[in-house]
Design a binder for this molecule. Sequence first.
Ligand code: MN
Length: 196
Amino acid sequence: MNKIQPVNGQFAMPALAYEALGNVISKETLSFHHGKHLKAYIDNLNKLLPGSGMEGMTLAEIVKKAEGGMFNNAGQVLNHTMYFEQFSNTPRAISAKFEAVIARDFGSMEAFQKEFNQKGVTLFGSGWVWLSADKEGKLVITQNTNADNPVCHDLRPLMTFDVWEHAYYLDYQNRRADHLAALWQHIDWPVIEERY
Ligand code: MN
């Protein structure tokens, strides 16, 4: 995550097979979310980079330093790259070791998922719910509005649910809670654990 860097001064789209994620995210939603929304953020960021003084920085470094449009677009590129890369149609299970870390900091997997979903449902407006680690490795759940990312708050981001309406409205309309509850089916846990 901290190593996402521009090649020849330009950031590239994260790979995504345009397959629906089961009944959870339709192909139509993915084609807009990845193919239109994320592409626009990357195109905008790439236009803003030349002459900004941030050309050689990693994405996380840009997000920590940038302001205004540069921050909004870089933040959304980082948020969406981490979001899309954590899902799979053939998700792999959580390890006993990482489940123990979750139990240590939240009591149980069920309690963690309940709090995560709840913070996603109650985030007012557009934003993201994140699982992150602090400097001591303790896990925390945060609500981050608009393009904000945990790296701006000295946290190491691990997993996220996008609660902007564009992430679910075609498939779930106003039923954000149902959408968030279903996303867990496609979490590819080794990706999260590697970020930890
Ligand atoms: Mn989004």
